[in-house]
Ligand binder design. Structure first.
Ligand code: SME
Length: 165
């Protein structure tokens, strides 16, 4: 599979293509690290105005850095801390329009202004999170949240997440 590197400029068209590509990439394997690496790469190359796309993986009460695109990031985030840890603990999507206004935000890349974090669940518990940062304030709206949630659900279903507990 060789995903196109030119994406449609229309948001909806781009989202449909990304979902198709992710579905195709997930076929025939369940190893989570490989799939997360491809998922991060797909989003990184397709989404405008993002400076970090990646996954954190659960290890007990912490999240550990997983496959990502962007600058090196902090390795370990305790559940309940930062945007990622808060989303992981609450098992809910967190969309933060202004990271500087989020108490306890962990700044891995000082360019980040807004962020969205989507938990991936295994047997009802957070096993990983998909984290996307943008250098633009209020970058992610409700439509982005819907799309990224659908994208994350695909990855969640296609991956064996049983190691991340
Ligand atoms: N900002 C995140 C930390 C991870 S980086 O953005 C890659 C947080 O507050 O949890």
């Amino acid at each position: 599979m060789n995903p196109v590197t030119e994406y449609p400029s229309g948001r909806k068209e781009r989202q449909i293509l990304l979902l198709q590509q992710m579905r195709a990439l997930l076929e025939g394997e369940t190893f989570a690290i490989s799939h997360m690496a491809n998922a991060a790469s797909l989003l990184w190359h397709a989404l405008p105005a993002v400076n970090w796309v990646g996954f954190y993986l659960r290890q007990g009460d912490d999240l550990l850095l997983g496959p990502f695109m962007g600058k090196p990031a902090c390795l370990r985030i305790p559940f309940g801390k930062g945007v990622c840890g808060t989303a992981a603990a609450g098992k809910k999507v967190l969309r933060v329009a202004d990271v500087h206004a989020f108490p306890g935000h962990i700044a891995c890349d000082s360019a980040s202004r807004s962020e969205i974090v989507i938990p991936l669940l295994e047997s009802g518990e957070t096993a990983a999170v998909l984290d996307i940062d943008s250098p633009v304030s209020n970058r992610f709206d409700e439509e982005d949240e819907e799309f990224l949630t659908e994208f994350a659900r695909l990855v969640e279903k296609g991956c064996d997440l049983s190691a991340f507990r």
